[in-house]
Ligand binder design. Structure first.
Ligand SMILES: [Zn+2]
Length: 377
């Protein structure tokens, strides 16, 4: 029997063993749910597996050379389908349907995930899986494979699937035609609908060990293993997060977010207002403010986690002590602070007046923090 060769997947030896054996023994399941943190290799493994299933080569698969492998690489194989959460804009829709431009956008999004499965997609609002995409893949599966004996489907972010989309897929998931391999991916297994969960074989992806991430960072960025950034990024357990941190360092935004918060906490209105004005007055005001606010949301979460003594297996753990929390803070308070940040993010997304949004944010935050203080006294 053919041997599965993992070309994209880094580390995850246990996963490689389980799936590799099933592949070799011809006992591959028809539906898998890959779950684990973002950037730990779920998508890489899914592409390797799908490619191997479709590969025409007789020996080790995927060969990367046969017509089938080449079509998978360019996302032009009729029996290979990727579905993932996307943000569709008005130009991607026509009446109630997805426009030509929309389908092209969706295919391009899928293609970029094949090109580098560890590059985490960036969204500036909540993405969604379009039900039409599910329906299209469903039809292709039910029609059967057109080139070989197999149909391979990858569905990323199944936890974000709405009921309508899930329903469209359930029957196929329950009784797929022979030769179908469905690979569902999630980083929130607890949010996957039970009806989906029960129809899949679950494969867990563990956080990656330090040396696996470090080796990949050295290979990609040509840095030395002794580079201090490698040590910090590798501690995340996620290659995707580590790569993102290397490409878009957030350190300065964490610092700006912490300063803003601490000024508000101490009631230093002048300093807080100055930061808000400075952040919203620059060239890339919207994206700068957004980065600071999303870092503040992370900082709040890390601070709460460290306060409760929870282990933070995440590379921003070094950031957990950056902000102080009021003594008497409750989970509801934190939730409200996060909500306030999210509302400001929403206003920035809608391209409101950045300065107004930020000054308003600082005023409200300060008010909320002061109410806490007064109650504590
Ligand atoms: Zn091949």
């Amino acid at each position: 029997m053919a041997v599965l060769q993992w070309n994209r997947l880094a580390g995850q030896e246990r996963v490689k063993g389980v799936i590799g054996n099933a592949f070799q023994n011809g006992t591959l399941g028809h539906a898998y749910l890959f779950c684990g943190e973002r950037g730990t290799g779920k998508f890489a493994a899914a592409v390797d597996l799908a490619m191997a299933v479709l590969c025409c080569h007789n020996g080790t698969r995927p060969c990367g050379e046969c017509p089938s492998c080449k079509k998978v690489n360019t996302y032009s194989h009729p029996d290979f389908h990727i579905i993932m959460p996307v943000i569709l804009e008005a130009e991607h829709r026509k009446n109630n349907d997805i426009s030509e431009k929309g389908w092209q956008f969706m295919a391009a999004s899928a293609k970029s995930r094949i090109d580098d499965p560890y590059k985490l997609p960036q969204y500036d609002k909540k993405p969604d899986i379009p039900v039409d995409w599910i329906r299209e893949a469903n039809q292709a599966i039910l029609r059967g494979a057109t080139e070989g004996a197999y149909n391979a489907v990858i569905i990323d972010g199944v936890d974000s699937m709405k009921k309508e989309s899930a329903n469209a897929m359930l029957k196929t998931l329950e009784e797929p035609p022979p030769g179908t391999v469905m690979i569902l991916l999630t980083d929130k297994a607890h949010s996957v609908l039970p009806t989906i969960l029960s129809r899949c074989q679950m494969i867990r992806f563990a956080p990656l060990p330090h040396d696996v991430i470090a080796a990949e960072l050295v290979r990609r960025f040509g840095v030395g293993t002794d580079d201090s950034r490698v040590a910090i990024a590798a501690a995340s357990g996620s290659l995707g997060v580590a790569i993102d941190e290397f490409e878009n360092p957030r350190e300065e935004y964490f610092t700006a977010a912490a300063d803003l918060w601490n000024d508000c906490l101490r009631g230093n209105w002048e300093a807080a207002a100055q930061s808000a004005e400075y952040l919203s007055g620059g060239k890339d005001a919207f994206s700068e403010c957004q980065k600071v606010l999303s870092c503040l949301i992370d900082l709040l979460r890390f601070a709460v986690l460290s306060k409760t003594g929870a282990p933070i297996n995440y590379f921003y753990s070094g950031q957990s002590n950056k902000i102080e929390l009021p003594e008497a803070i409750t989970p509801t308070d934190v939730e409200n602070f996060v909500k306030l940040c999210q509302e400001a993010l929403f206003a920035l997304n809608a391209r409101g007046n950045a300065m107004l949004v930020m000054v308003n944010f600082v005023c409200t935050l300060m008010e909320m923090l002061n109410v806490e203080e007064q109650q504590a006294c």
